[in-house]
Design a protein around this ligand. Structure first.
Ligand code: ARG
Ligand code: MN
Ligand code: MN
Length: 299
């Protein structure tokens, strides 16, 4: 991968019920993201934010098992086109959320460019729900399932590519709030998951070594980083915080090891909600992690 990054903001908060995550892209930019990446030596192009249409009041809760489906599909399709175009121009796409439902669009645009895409899903959650098993109807709990080809056809077929990633090419890191249906899905499909239990037992360094080995055959690896993977102490500004998460240091170690591996070819940082945050702490953490991911050194 070269040293050219293109940034795309997706101010979408319709994949869940707490407003405010639409301001995530602004908060992350305000935390100094562009300057930070330029300092490391990247040529950074900011493509600005996508326009996200709001649902009419009459459309609200049209389908309580797939809330705001229409608007999410529209935004994800537009995002897929943008990401596709960035990779076409041989630049690294970095997508700023927005809630995690946007990953369906990011992955759609990314996967076109690889035969064997790997995905690292850094998250407290599995995001492996479908409309049949979702406890909430929130689409931000479904993007990984949709990308694997499970769920509503309009999500699984988004951008005309299904599935977007193979089950043996996924690693979930930081899970500690999996729904019963998701646990069953993981068992049945044999998806690689490092829960907090494994991270505690093995240590973050071993977890990342194994992750990097597991994905070493991939011809591209996308990092989908949900800030709620971190402990709420370091990332309080997220809609669905779960105690007992990864520490700031573990997060950095993970990013540094990924930087060393040279595996990562695209990334997204999602679920930053400045309304729920403390003095933009979560966006600042996101930018610090980005620095490590893109090769910032301590000395
Ligand atoms: N991207 C996220 N933060 N997802 C949280 C999902 C929570 C829960 N599993 C649900 O389906 O509603
Ligand atoms: Mn999450
Ligand atoms: Mn998530």
């Amino acid at each position: 991968m070269g040293k050219e990054i293109s940034v795309i903001g997706v101010p979408l908060d319709l994949g869940q019920t707490r407003r405010g995550v639409d301001m995530g892209p602004s908060a992350i930019r305000y935390a100094g993201m562009i300057e930070r990446l330029e300092m490391i030596g990247y040529d950074v192009e900011d493509l600005g934010d996508l326009r996200v249409e709001r649902p009419h009041r009459s459309e609200l809760d049209e389908n309580p098992k797939l809330k705001n489906l229409k608007q999410i599909v529209t935004a994800c399709t537009e995002l897929a086109t943008k990401v596709d175009n960035v990779l076409e121009r041989k630049r690294i796409p970095v997508v700023l959320g927005g809630d995690h439902s946007i990953a369906i669009g990011t992955l759609a645009g990314v996967t076109k460019h690889y035969n064997n895409l790997g995905v690292i899903w850094f998250d407290a959650h599995g995001d492996l729900n479908t409309e049949e098993i979702t406890p909430s109807g929130n689409i931000h709990g479904m993007p990984l399932a949709a990308s694997l080809g499970y769920g509503h056809a309009v999500l699984t077929n988004l951008y005309g590519i299904c599935p977007k990633v193979k089950k043996e090419n996924i690693v979930i890191i930081g899970a500690r709030a999996l729904d019963d249906g998701e646990k069953e899905f993981i068992r049945k499909e044999g998806i690689k998951v490092f829960t907090m239990h494994e991270i505690d037992r093995l240590g973050m360094a071993a977890v990342m070594e194994e992750t990097i080995r597991y994905l070493s055959h991939a011809d591209g690896v996308h990092l989908s980083l949900d800030l709620d993977g971190l402990d709420p102490h370091d990332a309080p500004g997220v809609g669905t915080p779960v105690i007992g998460g990864l520490s700031y240091r573990e997060g950095h170690l993970a990013m540094e090891m990924l930087a060393e591996s040279g595996l990562i070819t695209s990334a997204e940082f999602v679920e930053v909600n400045p309304i729920l945050d403390e003095k933009n702490k979560t966006a600042i953490t996101a930018v610090a992690l980005m620095g490590s991911l893109f090769g910032e050194k301590l000395k």
